[in-house]
Design a protein around this ligand. Structure first.
Ligand SMILES: Cc1cc2nc3c(=O)[nH]c(=O)nc-3n(C[C@H](O)[C@H](O)[C@H](O)COP(=O)(O)OP(=O)(O)OC[C@H]3O[C@@H](n4cnc5c(N)ncnc54)[C@H](O)[C@@H]3O)c2cc1C
Length: 356
């Protein structure tokens, strides 16, 4: 008889697990308090840069390694599940305003402390203008990470949702009250499963005491006259900002990183800082149209590392922080192996934790 698995949370992690679980022959029930559109969690907010090396600025090598492996898996996943999603691997460019040259040097040192110089190369005026002809000529130095990429988070969430139809018992609009090994309770309805997967993101803070929220704000702009080829990061003394080009003149400008459990609308200060970053990179953004502002709460543990906490009948997958899309392929593979084989690879030990 096939394994019955109840997944709570239909963000990027819950949806990908549901797809993989169904492919493995599990009988999957996917439950979320929000609608099928996915807007109740933080997975609909990000630009979903797949930038394991640039993230070394804020994370450690073990997480970046998961990202490097996951980056190879995304095209395979898109093909396997026939997901028609914008995916690009044209690298990332990191630049600094001349006043912030010291920040660029610091960024380079942080990356180099954990990896080798082969993952990026330094670019100066001529090469910069070949890579990105439309950035302001005041930017004369940068670091180019040729292997990095991006994926359209919203397209992916929608396509995964459609791919699940008819395969998985999807229950949207159901707020789960309690999760226990083998059990999910919604109102007075108690559902029993061979295995329960808690993928509630920050919604799991009620049960996971050291989970915190890191607020992130972004803007979506329309500027059909501007052409950028790849995500560009602007190192900055307060927080790194980025501009991510999407097809048809769309851009995502992000992101703040604020220690707060506050998902109220974007602040004036953040809006000004994000718009200033865009304007500094290309003054043409002054004529861009602001299509949307959005805010998400990144689920994070004190060490900012992901965690898979397991016990018989219950696995909690959380702490995706800034890297949910970057590492989802590998994290979900590890969870699947844990369920089917009862063990993971020794290399995965750093993110596994046995529940007390
Ligand atoms: C501004 C910003 C920029 C980011 N940029 C990037 C990036 O460039 N690259 C990258 O890899 N990552 C990025 N991230 C991080 C990424 O978005 C997250 O790590 C990821 O989306 C977390 O996914 P999740 O599935 O764990 O949680 P979520 O997407 O939050 O999903 C959790 C789901 O659980 C549901 N839920 C919660 N409680 C309950 C309940 N009681 N009952 C039923 N359902 C419940 C929610 O409705 C939600 O749908 C960014 C995040 C933000 C906010």
């Amino acid at each position: 008889m096939s394994l019955s698995v109840g997944i709570v949370g239909a963000g990027v992690i819950g949806r990908l697990l549901a797809l993989k679980g169904h492919a493995r022959g599990w009988k999957v029930t996917l439950i979320d308090r929000g609608n099928a559109d996915g807007k109740s969690g933080c997975s609909m907010v990000p630009p979903a840069m797949l930038a394991p090396y640039c993230e070394l600025d804020v994370t450690e090598k073990a997480v970046a390694d998961l990202g490097v492996e996951s980056l190879k898996l995304w095209p395979i996943i898109l093909q396997e599940f026939n997901l028609q999603v914008y995916f690009q691997q044209m690298g990332s460019l990191v630049v600094a305003h001349p006043y912030d040259a010291g920040e660029l040097a610091l960024f380079k040192r942080r990356v180099l402390a954990q990896t080798t110089a082969e993952v990026f190369y330094e670019v100066t005026t001529e090469k910069l203008s070949r890579l990105e002809p439309e950035i302001d000529p005041l930017f004369q130095n940068g670091l180019f990470f040729p292997h990095e990429g991006q994926i359209d988070s919203r397209g992916l969430m929608a396509e995964m949702g459609m791919a699940l139809e008819g395969k998985v018992d999807c229950r949207f609009g159901c707020s789960v009250d309690t999760i226990k090994p083998h059990e999910i309770r919604v109102d007075n309805d108690l559902m029993r499963f061979d295995m329960v997967l808690d993928c509630r993101g920050y919604g799991a803070a009620i049960d996971i005491k050291d989970l915190r929220a890191v607020r992130g704000e972004i803007l979506r702009l329309y500027a059909p006259g501007i052409h950028l080829n790849r995500p560009i990061r602007l190192v900055h003394p307060r927080w790194p900002l980025y501009i991510v080009p999407r097809p048809d003149g769309h851009f995502i400008i992000g992101a703040t990183s604020i220690e707060a459990e506050d998902n109220s609308p974007i602040s004036v200060r953040s809006t000004l800082e994000l718009l200033t970053a865009a304007f500094t990179l290309n003054a043409g953004f002054s004529e861009a149209r602001i299509l949307e502002t959005s805010v998400g709460l990144r689920p994070a543990f004190p060490d900012n590392k992901p965690r898979i906490e397991h016990q018989s009948g219950l696995i909690r997958i959380n702490g995706m922080y800034r890297h949910g899309y970057l590492i989802a392929p590998i994290v979900t593979d590890i969870a699947c192996r844990l369920i089917d084989d009862g063990k993971a690879h020794p290399n995965d030990d750093f993110l596994l934790r046995r529940a007390a």
